[in-house]
Design a binder for this molecule. Structure first.
Ligand code: KDG
Length: 339
């Protein structure tokens, strides 16, 4: 089994039930989630030896977060215990023309305050084939940015392929700070995932030569940016998911990829959204699974898009779909028939 590693924050997610508003809710649904944790769960679902690296407090909520990941087959042996708290995010799910709302309460979480000396990166990356992180982790604190760079150095020392999801979070840092930190980290990255906005805010690339947000012109804009990104950072692939919003609950969903030579746009799915959080992570993990398992980059992209289209139908951050379900959708079977 191939060993894959992700590192980041897992948070307690408290979401209002039945699409209720924050001001109305009298209870919350509690699950756990976070960019890299979500990716680790999907990769475990696909049968990879999936490890999550993080720090969680030595209390029952920290343990519950660990149990939640173990339930889905993630190896949590590299989760260090200590620090003060688990970060929380509150979610009010939108519907129709009402967008979702998120409130974060994550300052001083255990992983934000973790130190390099908490982890043995040589052991973590021994025999690993892939490392994934997102722009959320280095944004958590100056220490977390240092931790991320040390993890990346160790991953490269062990010849591990590295992917990043740029994932700009405006609550965590400014574009200036993000560009300073992330530009430096790109030297370690092989596969860069991020939309036009992420590329601009996180790495300073200007949007394409058009403001059109859908269709051929948008793709031309992406191609321009991808080209600049590969020239500057020598990535193997640059990738973005593409969302065409019809409303808060109905979307067109596809993705594009560029390898420095060929630009490819995937099949598009029209999706009715049950829960969009984690949609980008399920896309990243589907792509990673595809590349790790030897698919060519176009098929890996198609796998990621189909997997994330399915994720949008599942409540919670985690994508609990099997390879078979994704393959069926890829073959055009979206009938929902019981087999
Ligand atoms: O990608 C999903 C994550 O973004 C979500 O699980 C938590 O918003 C989050 C964050 O900033 O970590």
């Amino acid at each position: 089994m191939k060993k894959v590693v992700t590192m980041g924050e897992i948070m307690l997610r408290l979401s209002t039930p039945r699409f209720e508003r924050f001001v109305q809710a009298e209870s919350f649904d509690a699950v756990y989630g976070g960019g890299e944790a979500n990716v680790a769960v999907s990769l475990a679902n696909y049968g990879l030896d999936s490890y999550f690296v993080s720090k969680l407090p030595k209390n029952d909520i920290g343990q519950a977060a660990i149990n939640h990941m173990r339930r889905f087959g993630v190896n949590t042996n590299y989760v260090v215990r200590g620090g003060d708290r688990v970060g929380i995010y509150y979610l009010e799910s939108g519907a129709s023309m009402r967008p979702s709302k998120v409130i974060y309460d994550r300052a001083n979480s255990s992983i934000a305050e973790a130190r390099v000396s908490d982890f043995n990166f040589d052991e973590i990356f021994k025999d690993a084939v892939w490392f994934h992180f997102s722009g959320i982790t280095p944004a958590l604190s100056d220490e977390a940015a240092i931790l991320t760079e040390e993890a990346l150095k160790a991953a490269k020392k062990h010849e591990v392929t590295v992917s990043v999801d740029l994932n700009y979070r405006k609550n965590l840092w400014t574009p200036e700070k993000a560009q300073k930190v992330m530009t430096n980290l790109m030297q370690y990255v092989d596969v860069c995932i991020g939309n036009e906005e992420d590329a601009e805010l996180t790495l300073g690339f200007k949007p394409g030569d058009t403001n059109v947000t859908t269709g051929e012109l948008e793709l031309k804009g992406y191609k321009n940016i991808f080209k600049q990104m590969i020239e500057k950072f020598n990535f193997k692939y640059v990738v973005s998911s593409l969302r065409e919003s019809y409303s808060a609950s109905d979307n067109g969903w596809s993705a594009c990829i560029y390898d420095g030579n060929e630009f490819y746009h995937s099949k598009k799915y029209d999706i009715r959204i049950v829960d969009r959080v984690g949609g980008g992570d399920s896309f990243a993990s589907g792509l990673i699974y595809g590349l790790v398992s030897g698919k060519n980059f176009k098929d890996a992209l198609e796998f990621g898009v189909a997997a994330s289209a399915l994720k949008h139908t599942i409540h919670g951050d985690f994508n609990m779909v099997s390879i078979d379900e994704v393959e069926k959708l890829l073959q055009g079977d979206a009938s929902g028939r019981v087999q």
